[in-house]
Ligand binder design. Sequence first.
Ligand SMILES: [Zn+2]
Length: 278
Amino acid sequence: MKIINHRLCRDDDTPYPFRVSPNIGDTLKPEFLVMHYTAGRNFDQSVSWLVNPAAKASAHLVIGRDGSVVQLVPFNKVAWHAGSSSWQGYTGLNNYSIGIELDNVGIVNPSPTGDFRSWFGDAVPVEQVIQAQHKNETISRYWQLYTPEQLFVALEAAGTIIQQYGLKDILGHDDIAPGRKSDPGPAFPMMTFRSRLLGRSASVSDEGETYVTTANLHIRKAPDQTAATLPNSPLPLNTRLKATGMENGVWKEVEVLDNIKNLKGQIGWVHSRFIVAK
Ligand SMILES: [Zn+2]
């Protein structure tokens, strides 16, 4: 990816689709990247809402669950994604940040039929759900997972933006509006984004290297998102893993080191985006 005239483009210079949002402010000199989830029904509806004047909201990018990208606001214009917010002496983070929305319903609740329901009642399959405690809360809830395709694209877009504008940090909406906002929440691998994009820790892939999970992470029988998971998957956040040296694309074969959920000593495949070298 690259940025031309404040528009996100593919490597061949073709811009990603652009839908003009009227919900914008003045010129932006961004210093931060702020990550969000849409809490919407789907990508198209979220995009339609964010270009509707009635929303009084927007974001620079929206990224779908299949990795689709649409830009709504050029990166040199203020988008209305943060609302009332503050961070380290900054207030009103719209004026200092680029906002990326990820298509994700956010908090889900168990239903009597065994799956989960979004806040607006749509079914969310159990494979798309993790149980986790939000860093601003003391109780555990259920959250829709982001997809690997979506996070892969988000990571690349975030890296391109951070480099182009020399941004100093990646924040969650829940960092700058704690209590009021829960997005992007515990299903978002913020530690991975920070370590990969801000150079806060190196990534090594040597055999025997120890890793730690940066999200609740499924461990699978084969290097494929549709492969069966090991019993008691997913691995909790901060589970220690040892690489076997086997790799397949973004997948890495690992042995579980922690005595957790009866998985110690088990070997399986994990998506390498959500582990960091320890
Ligand atoms: Zn948000």
